[in-house]
Design a protein around this ligand. Structure first.
Ligand code: HEC
Length: 139
């Protein structure tokens, strides 16, 4: 019984998601990044060493992920757009493509690292879908 309710809600979600968009539907594949990977864990292991919230604003090594998301997420951006914008950065971090010049000034450009692209996609999808933790020192 529970299962049926879940399915019903899921169908409703899909339907209302469709209703919100213009009559010319984009194929769903461009909206949702399919991944089986655990974006939360991957982010913790690969990004939060630098992008973690840290103990204080003085000691952090990079802007917290919540702040990165704020700079990357534009109005009406689909998940796929957000993900490709993060992936593009991670593949080739450079001053020219930065959306956070203030962060570069303070921290220098993010070092280029050999991340697995599928994993970065999962991380970015996780960022898009979830509220990221707010640093304690922010307020
Ligand atoms: C070795 C430390 C380090 C690691 C690990 C790291 N970053 Fe960064 N990252 C930085 C620093 C420092 C900045 C701020 C300077 C800048 O913007 O280049 C930054 C900035 C960014 C930005 C904003 C870039 C801009 O200027 O527009 C994004 C997006 C980003 N990181 C994504 C990631 C993701 C995703 C991961 C994990 C896969 C990751 N980073 C791992 C150090 C790191």
């Amino acid at each position: 019984m529970k299962k049926h309710i879940g399915l019903g809600l899921f169908a409703l979600g899909v339907l209302s998601a469709c209703n919100n968009s213009t009559p010319v539907e984009e194929p769903e594949a461009t909206q949702i990044v399919e991944t089986e990977l655990d974006g939360e864990l991957l982010m913790k292991n690969n990004c939060l060493t630098c992008h973690g919230n840290g103990d204080s604003h003085e000691t952090i090594l990079a802007p917290p992920m919540r702040g990165v998301k704020m700079h990357y997420l534009e109005d009406d951006m689909t998940e796929a757009e957000f993900v490709s914008s993060v992936v593009n950065w991670v593949k080739n971090p450079n001053e020219e493509n930065s959306k956070m010049p203030g962060a570069i000034k303070r921290f220098k450009v993010m070092p280029k690292q050999n991340f697995n692209e599928e994993e970065v996609k999962a991380i970015a999808a996780y960022m898009y879908r979830n509220n990221l933790p707010k640093p304690e020192w922010l307020d």
